[in-house]
Design a protein around this ligand. Sequence first.
Ligand SMILES: Cc1ncc(COP(=O)(O)O)c(C=O)c1O
Length: 394
Amino acid sequence: MKQSELSTLVQPFHVMELVKHANALEAQGKPVIHLSIGEPDFPMPEPVQQALVQAISTNKTRYTAALGLPELRQAVSDYYRSAFQVQVPANQIVITSGASAALMYACLALVNPGNEVLLADPGYPCNKTFIQMTGGTPAFVQTAEEENFQPSWADLSKHWTEKTAGVLLASPNNPTGTQLTATAMKEITAGVATRGGFIIVDEIYQSLCYDHPAQSVLQVTGAPSEQMPLLVINSFSKYFGMTGLRLGWMVVPENLLPAIERFAQNLSICPNTPAQWAALACFQAETLAICEERRKLFKARRDFMVHALPGAGIELHSTPDSAFYIYAKSPYSSEDYCKDLLEKAWVCAVPGKDFSQYRGNEMMRFSYANSMENLQIAIERINQFNQTGSPKAV
Ligand SMILES: Cc1ncc(COP(=O)(O)O)c(C=O)c1O
């Protein structure tokens, strides 16, 4: 059987291979600590759990409209108004199967074969795949550690060619846990609009930020329109701890809605129905209070890790203020170091190669979506391993 060209182009997610190896070690009885996966360690908030059970037991399990439940689109619109003081009409909000489907629809609606899309390097590995699936080419823009690994308009405009269709960025970003400043967002959105391109901003980690109030590019631009060709991606996965329910949303200019609707109808029919009913509970005061408590716990973990890693022999080259990641310098080739750290110290962190074309082998990512107790043990083991090359007795 002959496979498609696309199937050979799509890269594996290396993180998953390492995690498989970690799981195999765990199955042999090794007490592995996972600092690898980008997933909150908390369960889904109780009110959302109850709403999900209620949705299923009242047979809310049939297809919904392709663009999502009107009630949920309205709830997201209200959330933008109450949490970010921005007016985004509900009809410009599309509910999707996670940020993943939103990114896919956005690329399908905007990228032609032969187009280039500018991506910040380092960045989320799947972005290049979404672009490749449209026949487009990802063009990686190397970012500087002094700029917290986020690009400026000056960086992006240098890479803009006649093939460039637009820009896809994430703020806060994965793997760096750093954000674009409001000034950078303003300059980038204005610059891209002048060039007649599009800008997609992935804000999936938006409310997981620790040093400043959460922000949205929409506060800078207002609702997207034909004049402001912006698409904003978000998700219930991270802040609301609903990774497995596969639910997200996007904010789009009105003129793109018919195309997005056709892709949604054809590719997934609709997002998960019980999950959409459950997600309505995310915006209740009780759920938001639970998420806020969790955000504070993430902040305490971030503070601990940022101070403890350098003491354990891992240099940080940026200031992570959001998400639950730290992108740090690996003591030696990150692929070898992460393998050694896993096999000898039973700490699973991931090499940078999934995230960066340029410095992937120099850098690594730690996820602090794990308990403080486990983070403390992990730091002791990393310290011991870096000093002696041998595991700490456990
Ligand atoms: C930056 C970024 N965007 C999108 C996604 C996909 O998220 P979802 O679970 O909402 O599909 C992830 C998942 O880790 C991510 O880190």
